[in-house]
Design a protein around this ligand. Structure first.
Ligand code: PAF
Length: 308
Protein backbone atom coordinates (compact mmCIF):
# COMPACT_ATOMS: atom_id res chain seq x y z
CA UNK A 1 0.00 0.00 0.00
CA UNK A 2 1.21 3.53 -0.82
CA UNK A 3 2.66 4.88 2.48
CA UNK A 4 1.58 8.43 1.66
CA UNK A 5 -1.90 7.11 2.15
CA UNK A 6 -1.62 7.63 5.88
CA UNK A 7 -1.17 11.33 5.13
CA UNK A 8 -4.37 11.18 3.13
CA UNK A 9 -7.07 12.63 5.22
CA UNK A 10 -10.39 10.91 5.72
CA UNK A 11 -13.43 12.69 7.10
CA UNK A 12 -16.45 11.29 8.86
CA UNK A 13 -19.67 13.26 8.78
CA UNK A 14 -22.00 12.13 11.55
CA UNK A 15 -20.59 11.19 14.94
CA UNK A 16 -23.39 8.78 15.91
CA UNK A 17 -22.77 5.20 16.94
CA UNK A 18 -21.80 3.96 13.46
CA UNK A 19 -19.74 7.07 12.60
CA UNK A 20 -17.67 6.72 15.79
CA UNK A 21 -17.35 2.94 15.31
CA UNK A 22 -15.97 3.28 11.77
CA UNK A 23 -13.86 6.22 13.00
CA UNK A 24 -12.24 4.05 15.66
CA UNK A 25 -11.60 1.25 13.17
CA UNK A 26 -9.94 3.67 10.73
CA UNK A 27 -7.92 5.24 13.55
CA UNK A 28 -6.70 1.75 14.60
CA UNK A 29 -5.66 1.09 10.99
CA UNK A 30 -3.48 4.23 11.09
CA UNK A 31 -5.65 6.50 8.95
CA UNK A 32 -5.47 10.25 9.42
CA UNK A 33 -8.98 10.95 10.59
CA UNK A 34 -11.14 14.02 11.13
CA UNK A 35 -14.82 14.37 11.93
CA UNK A 36 -16.88 17.14 10.34
CA UNK A 37 -19.49 18.59 12.66
CA UNK A 38 -22.40 21.03 12.32
CA UNK A 39 -20.95 23.73 14.58
CA UNK A 40 -19.30 26.87 13.19
CA UNK A 41 -15.92 26.26 14.90
CA UNK A 42 -13.30 23.48 14.82
CA UNK A 43 -12.02 21.87 18.03
CA UNK A 44 -10.12 18.86 19.41
CA UNK A 45 -12.12 16.08 21.02
CA UNK A 46 -11.18 13.01 23.04
CA UNK A 47 -13.11 9.98 21.82
CA UNK A 48 -13.84 6.96 24.04
CA UNK A 49 -14.39 3.57 22.53
CA UNK A 50 -15.23 0.24 24.20
CA UNK A 51 -14.55 -2.89 22.14
CA UNK A 52 -16.33 -6.26 22.23
CA UNK A 53 -13.93 -7.52 24.94
CA UNK A 54 -14.85 -4.51 27.11
CA UNK A 55 -11.41 -2.94 26.62
CA UNK A 56 -11.59 0.85 26.73
CA UNK A 57 -9.67 2.99 24.24
CA UNK A 58 -9.18 6.74 24.01
CA UNK A 59 -7.91 8.77 21.09
CA UNK A 60 -7.98 12.36 19.95
CA UNK A 61 -9.58 13.71 16.81
CA UNK A 62 -10.20 17.14 15.36
CA UNK A 63 -13.85 18.00 14.76
CA UNK A 64 -13.95 20.41 11.83
CA UNK A 65 -16.48 23.00 10.86
CA UNK A 66 -17.41 22.61 7.16
CA UNK A 67 -15.55 25.79 6.11
CA UNK A 68 -12.28 24.77 7.85
CA UNK A 69 -9.48 24.72 5.19
CA UNK A 70 -8.66 21.14 6.29
CA UNK A 71 -11.97 19.97 4.80
CA UNK A 72 -10.58 20.80 1.31
CA UNK A 73 -7.76 18.30 1.95
CA UNK A 74 -10.05 15.34 2.66
CA UNK A 75 -9.85 12.69 -0.07
CA UNK A 76 -12.69 10.62 1.30
CA UNK A 77 -15.74 11.56 3.36
CA UNK A 78 -17.85 8.82 4.93
CA UNK A 79 -21.36 10.10 5.61
CA UNK A 80 -22.91 8.31 8.60
CA UNK A 81 -25.88 10.59 9.32
CA UNK A 82 -29.48 9.30 9.33
CA UNK A 83 -31.07 8.91 5.88
CA UNK A 84 -33.26 12.01 6.32
CA UNK A 85 -30.19 14.22 6.94
CA UNK A 86 -28.02 12.98 4.06
CA UNK A 87 -29.05 15.43 1.33
CA UNK A 88 -28.81 18.50 3.59
CA UNK A 89 -25.48 17.26 4.99
CA UNK A 90 -24.04 16.92 1.46
CA UNK A 91 -25.40 20.35 0.44
CA UNK A 92 -23.75 21.82 3.56
CA UNK A 93 -20.24 20.53 2.78
CA UNK A 94 -20.38 20.63 -1.03
CA UNK A 95 -18.94 24.19 -1.41
CA UNK A 96 -15.94 23.30 0.81
CA UNK A 97 -14.79 19.85 -0.33
CA UNK A 98 -12.01 19.02 -2.82
CA UNK A 99 -12.93 18.69 -6.49
CA UNK A 100 -11.82 15.03 -6.39
CA UNK A 101 -13.19 14.09 -2.95
CA UNK A 102 -14.97 10.72 -2.84
CA UNK A 103 -18.13 10.28 -0.78
CA UNK A 104 -19.40 7.09 0.84
CA UNK A 105 -22.97 6.93 2.22
CA UNK A 106 -23.58 4.53 5.10
CA UNK A 107 -27.13 4.65 6.43
CA UNK A 108 -30.25 2.52 6.84
CA UNK A 109 -32.75 2.64 3.98
CA UNK A 110 -32.44 3.88 0.42
CA UNK A 111 -33.21 6.99 -1.59
CA UNK A 112 -30.78 9.84 -0.86
CA UNK A 113 -28.22 8.58 -3.42
CA UNK A 114 -30.70 9.44 -6.21
CA UNK A 115 -30.57 13.11 -5.21
CA UNK A 116 -26.83 13.34 -4.54
CA UNK A 117 -25.64 13.05 -8.16
CA UNK A 118 -26.63 16.66 -8.89
CA UNK A 119 -24.16 17.91 -6.25
CA UNK A 120 -21.15 15.92 -7.52
CA UNK A 121 -18.41 17.58 -9.59
CA UNK A 122 -16.79 15.80 -12.58
CA UNK A 123 -13.92 14.27 -10.57
CA UNK A 124 -15.94 13.35 -7.53
CA UNK A 125 -17.56 9.96 -6.97
CA UNK A 126 -20.12 8.27 -4.76
CA UNK A 127 -20.02 4.82 -3.18
CA UNK A 128 -22.71 3.26 -1.03
CA UNK A 129 -22.45 0.90 1.88
CA UNK A 130 -24.35 -1.01 4.49
CA UNK A 131 -23.18 -2.37 7.80
CA UNK A 132 -24.63 -4.87 10.24
CA UNK A 133 -22.02 -4.08 12.89
CA UNK A 134 -23.64 -3.10 16.16
CA UNK A 135 -22.73 -0.09 18.31
CA UNK A 136 -24.41 2.15 20.86
CA UNK A 137 -23.53 5.72 21.73
CA UNK A 138 -23.15 6.07 25.50
CA UNK A 139 -22.68 9.82 25.43
CA UNK A 140 -21.54 12.40 22.88
CA UNK A 141 -17.99 11.12 22.22
CA UNK A 142 -18.30 7.62 23.62
CA UNK A 143 -19.35 4.49 21.80
CA UNK A 144 -19.50 0.78 22.68
CA UNK A 145 -19.25 -1.87 19.99
CA UNK A 146 -22.06 -4.36 20.57
CA UNK A 147 -21.90 -6.79 17.67
CA UNK A 148 -19.94 -8.12 14.76
CA UNK A 149 -21.51 -8.06 11.31
CA UNK A 150 -20.87 -7.81 7.62
CA UNK A 151 -20.08 -4.45 6.00
CA UNK A 152 -20.57 -4.21 2.23
CA UNK A 153 -19.41 -1.32 0.08
CA UNK A 154 -19.58 -0.64 -3.63
CA UNK A 155 -19.44 2.00 -6.33
CA UNK A 156 -22.55 3.98 -7.23
CA UNK A 157 -21.83 6.96 -9.52
CA UNK A 158 -19.01 9.22 -10.77
CA UNK A 159 -15.31 8.52 -10.29
CA UNK A 160 -14.53 5.21 -8.56
CA UNK A 161 -12.81 5.27 -5.18
CA UNK A 162 -9.01 5.28 -5.38
CA UNK A 163 -7.68 1.68 -5.02
CA UNK A 164 -5.43 2.50 -2.02
CA UNK A 165 -8.26 4.14 -0.10
CA UNK A 166 -10.50 1.18 -0.89
CA UNK A 167 -7.82 -1.17 0.46
CA UNK A 168 -7.45 0.94 3.61
CA UNK A 169 -11.21 0.88 4.24
CA UNK A 170 -11.42 -2.89 3.79
CA UNK A 171 -8.37 -3.46 6.01
CA UNK A 172 -9.77 -1.19 8.75
CA UNK A 173 -13.36 -2.48 8.92
CA UNK A 174 -13.53 -6.10 10.12
CA UNK A 175 -15.60 -8.46 7.97
CA UNK A 176 -15.97 -5.93 5.15
CA UNK A 177 -16.10 -6.54 1.40
CA UNK A 178 -16.23 -4.55 -1.81
CA UNK A 179 -18.98 -5.64 -4.13
CA UNK A 180 -19.37 -4.79 -7.83
CA UNK A 181 -23.15 -4.76 -7.43
CA UNK A 182 -23.91 -2.73 -4.31
CA UNK A 183 -27.62 -2.06 -4.99
CA UNK A 184 -28.78 -5.69 -4.61
CA UNK A 185 -26.82 -5.87 -1.31
CA UNK A 186 -28.58 -2.72 -0.14
CA UNK A 187 -31.93 -4.25 -1.06
CA UNK A 188 -31.27 -7.30 1.13
CA UNK A 189 -30.62 -4.88 4.00
CA UNK A 190 -33.71 -2.87 2.97
CA UNK A 191 -35.75 -6.08 3.35
CA UNK A 192 -34.33 -6.65 6.85
CA UNK A 193 -35.20 -3.09 7.89
CA UNK A 194 -38.64 -3.16 6.20
CA UNK A 195 -39.59 -6.14 8.35
CA UNK A 196 -37.81 -5.60 11.67
CA UNK A 197 -37.94 -1.84 12.14
CA UNK A 198 -41.67 -1.03 11.80
CA UNK A 199 -42.91 -4.28 13.37
CA UNK A 200 -40.74 -3.87 16.48
CA UNK A 201 -41.67 -0.18 16.79
CA UNK A 202 -45.43 -0.79 16.40
CA UNK A 203 -45.50 -3.83 18.71
CA UNK A 204 -42.96 -2.36 21.13
CA UNK A 205 -40.83 -5.49 21.22
CA UNK A 206 -37.27 -6.73 20.80
CA UNK A 207 -36.16 -8.00 17.37
CA UNK A 208 -36.26 -11.62 18.60
CA UNK A 209 -40.05 -11.49 19.23
CA UNK A 210 -40.59 -11.43 15.46
CA UNK A 211 -39.57 -15.10 15.30
CA UNK A 212 -42.98 -15.92 16.83
CA UNK A 213 -45.53 -17.61 14.55
CA UNK A 214 -47.92 -14.63 14.97
CA UNK A 215 -45.70 -12.48 12.74
CA UNK A 216 -45.00 -14.98 9.96
CA UNK A 217 -47.88 -13.98 7.61
CA UNK A 218 -47.12 -10.27 7.89
CA UNK A 219 -43.41 -10.92 7.30
CA UNK A 220 -44.26 -13.02 4.22
CA UNK A 221 -46.47 -10.19 2.90
CA UNK A 222 -43.80 -7.51 3.44
CA UNK A 223 -41.26 -9.67 1.59
CA UNK A 224 -43.64 -10.56 -1.28
CA UNK A 225 -44.39 -6.88 -1.86
CA UNK A 226 -40.69 -5.96 -1.72
CA UNK A 227 -39.97 -8.71 -4.29
CA UNK A 228 -42.66 -7.28 -6.57
CA UNK A 229 -41.13 -3.80 -6.42
CA UNK A 230 -37.61 -5.23 -6.92
CA UNK A 231 -38.85 -7.06 -10.03
CA UNK A 232 -40.20 -3.81 -11.49
CA UNK A 233 -36.88 -2.12 -10.65
CA UNK A 234 -35.09 -5.02 -12.43
CA UNK A 235 -33.03 -5.82 -9.34
CA UNK A 236 -31.55 -9.31 -9.26
CA UNK A 237 -32.48 -10.39 -5.72
CA UNK A 238 -33.71 -13.82 -4.68
CA UNK A 239 -36.76 -14.42 -2.50
CA UNK A 240 -35.25 -17.34 -0.58
CA UNK A 241 -32.12 -15.32 0.21
CA UNK A 242 -34.26 -12.35 1.32
CA UNK A 243 -36.33 -14.61 3.57
CA UNK A 244 -33.22 -16.30 5.03
CA UNK A 245 -31.45 -12.97 5.61
CA UNK A 246 -34.46 -11.48 7.43
CA UNK A 247 -34.78 -14.50 9.74
CA UNK A 248 -31.02 -14.69 10.30
CA UNK A 249 -30.92 -11.04 11.46
CA UNK A 250 -33.98 -11.55 13.70
CA UNK A 251 -32.06 -14.37 15.38
CA UNK A 252 -28.64 -12.67 15.51
CA UNK A 253 -30.08 -9.45 16.97
CA UNK A 254 -32.80 -11.10 19.09
CA UNK A 255 -31.90 -9.15 22.23
CA UNK A 256 -31.69 -5.76 20.49
CA UNK A 257 -34.26 -3.05 20.19
CA UNK A 258 -34.26 -1.88 16.55
CA UNK A 259 -33.26 1.69 15.71
CA UNK A 260 -36.89 2.52 14.82
CA UNK A 261 -38.14 1.12 18.13
CA UNK A 262 -35.63 3.39 19.87
CA UNK A 263 -36.51 6.39 17.69
CA UNK A 264 -40.21 6.03 18.53
CA UNK A 265 -39.48 5.43 22.23
CA UNK A 266 -37.30 8.56 22.41
CA UNK A 267 -39.65 10.67 20.26
CA UNK A 268 -37.06 11.08 17.51
CA UNK A 269 -37.67 11.23 13.77
CA UNK A 270 -37.68 7.73 12.20
CA UNK A 271 -36.19 6.54 8.89
CA UNK A 272 -39.55 5.05 7.75
CA UNK A 273 -39.68 7.27 4.60
CA UNK A 274 -36.42 5.66 3.41
CA UNK A 275 -37.42 2.09 4.31
CA UNK A 276 -41.08 1.06 3.76
CA UNK A 277 -41.72 4.61 2.47
CA UNK A 278 -39.08 4.09 -0.25
CA UNK A 279 -40.88 0.91 -1.37
CA UNK A 280 -44.25 2.71 -1.39
CA UNK A 281 -42.76 5.53 -3.50
CA UNK A 282 -41.38 3.05 -6.05
CA UNK A 283 -44.66 1.09 -6.06
CA UNK A 284 -46.49 4.34 -6.87
CA UNK A 285 -44.07 4.98 -9.76
CA UNK A 286 -44.75 1.50 -11.17
CA UNK A 287 -48.49 1.74 -10.38
CA UNK A 288 -48.55 -1.37 -8.23
CA UNK A 289 -50.15 -1.91 -4.83
CA UNK A 290 -48.18 -2.86 -1.75
CA UNK A 291 -50.82 -2.54 1.01
CA UNK A 292 -48.85 -4.14 3.86
CA UNK A 293 -45.88 -1.79 3.48
CA UNK A 294 -48.25 1.18 3.04
CA UNK A 295 -50.06 0.24 6.26
CA UNK A 296 -46.75 0.02 8.16
CA UNK A 297 -45.69 3.41 6.75
CA UNK A 298 -48.98 4.99 7.85
CA UNK A 299 -48.84 3.37 11.30
CA UNK A 300 -45.30 4.62 11.99
CA UNK A 301 -46.19 8.12 10.77
CA UNK A 302 -49.21 8.09 13.10
CA UNK A 303 -47.17 6.81 16.04
CA UNK A 304 -44.59 9.57 15.45
CA UNK A 305 -47.33 12.22 15.44
CA UNK A 306 -48.92 10.84 18.62
CA UNK A 307 -45.57 10.88 20.42
CA UNK A 308 -44.86 14.55 19.59
O1 PAF B 1 -32.02 -0.49 12.24
C1 PAF B 1 -31.66 -1.44 12.97
O2 PAF B 1 -32.01 -1.55 14.11
C2 PAF B 1 -30.71 -2.47 12.38
O3 PAF B 1 -30.44 -2.11 11.04
C3 PAF B 1 -31.18 -3.93 12.44
C4 PAF B 1 -30.31 -4.76 11.54
C5 PAF B 1 -32.63 -4.05 12.04
C6 PAF B 1 -30.96 -4.52 13.81
O4 PAF B 1 -31.70 -3.96 14.83
Amino acid sequence: MNMNLFETKIGILGAGAIGQLIGFQLHQAGAHLNFIHKYDYSCDEVVNFTDLDRNEHQYQIRALTASDPLVKRLKLIIVCVKAYHVVDAIKGIEPFIAKDCHIVLLHNGLGPHLEISQYLKANQGLSLGTTSQGATRDFKWSVTRTGKGLTQLGHCIGQPLNADLKQLLLAAIPNSEWTDEILPSLWYKLAVNSVINPLTAINSCKNGSLAHQDYSNTIQDIISELMLVAEHEKLPIERTLVHDRVHEVIKLTQNNYSSMHQDIAHQRQTEIDYINGYLVKLAHKHQIHIPTNKKLLDSIRLLSQQRQ
